[in-house]
Design a protein around this ligand. Sequence first.
Ligand SMILES: [Zn+2]
Ligand SMILES: [Zn+2]
Length: 149
Amino acid sequence: MDETVLKGSCLCGSITYEILPPFMAFQYCHCSRCRKVTGSAHASNILMPPEQFRWTQGEEMVGRYEPADAKHFATCFCKHCGSHLPWLAQTGKAMVIPAGTLDQIPPSFELVPEQNLFWDSRATWYQFPHRLNAYPTLPGKSIACKLAP
Ligand SMILES: [Zn+2]
Ligand SMILES: [Zn+2]
């Protein structure tokens, strides 16, 4: 049994949290809500039982928004820096963790996304990463490489 506790935080560091595996799912969501809320092509969300989640610092700084027409969806964010943060589904059945807010993950810990949701709603400009030049850091500071498909 894996007892690894993973830690996460917002960009400004005011808010921190801990999660305990195992998780229910790890998925990219391309729905229009997730695209708006992340400002990106898709959300990268871990779903887990709420009991395996806890705020460890700054919970009073957590804002929450629920769209009027949403039954499941909500979003939480840091009131200071605006980072997207873990949110409890309106059903209360799942905690949704934006994976990009996790801090260092031990190399031995396997965390691999397994599916795309709302693929038909993906951004028209979405491209598979392997089709794009990949710079180790910045263009001009590193040499682009090609990624394997
Ligand atoms: Zn913050
Ligand atoms: Zn979504």
